[in-house]
Design a protein around this ligand. Sequence first.
Ligand SMILES: [Zn+2]
Length: 292
Amino acid sequence: MKNKVLRVTAANNSIRGFFSNTTALVEKAKELHITSPVAIAALGRTLTATSIMGLMLKEDNHKITVKINGGGPLGSIVVVANSEGNVKGYVANPQVESTYIRENKLNVGEAVGTNGAITVIKDIGLKDPYVGSYPLTTGEIAEDFASYFLYSEQQPAAVALGILIDVDYTIKASGGFVVQVMPDISEEVLTKLEDKLTTIESITVLMDKGMTEEEILNHVLGDFDPKILQEYEVDFICDCHVERLEQALISIGRKELVDMIEEDGGAEMTCHFCNKKYYFDKDHLTRLLDSI
Ligand SMILES: [Zn+2]
């Protein structure tokens, strides 16, 4: 199955949005990080929203990093997206025990916590990246992205993110949408849209009915003459490679490298984003030491 994101406009371009199905990539993240249900719910929602924010970037080489740290048991959630909407990400404590608000309703807010912020770092090719941050509202992720858009980017947005986990812990469905209004939107359309957004069912209910991203788009924006501008295929892709970890080893300094060679006889490094392990033997470390 493919992960898909639709870029849409509606109401004569005064509404724009992204509707996303990330079921397969969240399943991949779950397997790479061996996560508990509440951990994959939090990470998966962040992966979905950050993938959409990646697609909002203007240039091919732009990159976006989202960090969410609410002081809860999950610790930090970090997700990076490129302008093609491909993502990689991790949660600091992937095996945190799941708690529930009610049956089948994971308590993501409690696991994430609200004593912290959502921070967005946009690398758009300038000397310094753009950094925006806003205190977490609920730790439920979707509301936190919405507050970030509104207060840090002055861009009102409706954000819905959902994950359904099956009884066997496979990801039954994952997806979401971001709907933004342009400054030229008429009062009438805006009121109608706000009414619509307050009356629609939650994204997880819609996904549980088996609705596709096109059907969810029509459910949400059907009254506003929506048009699909583009369809993207996105994925969880880690771009780690041995040279990058060599640089990390070099940057820790001569003394530590000597210790690794003499005391440990080698070093193992793990990529945070995909859990891939890299082993550096004595000879390899010695070569790095000589290159400093
Ligand atoms: Zn990696």
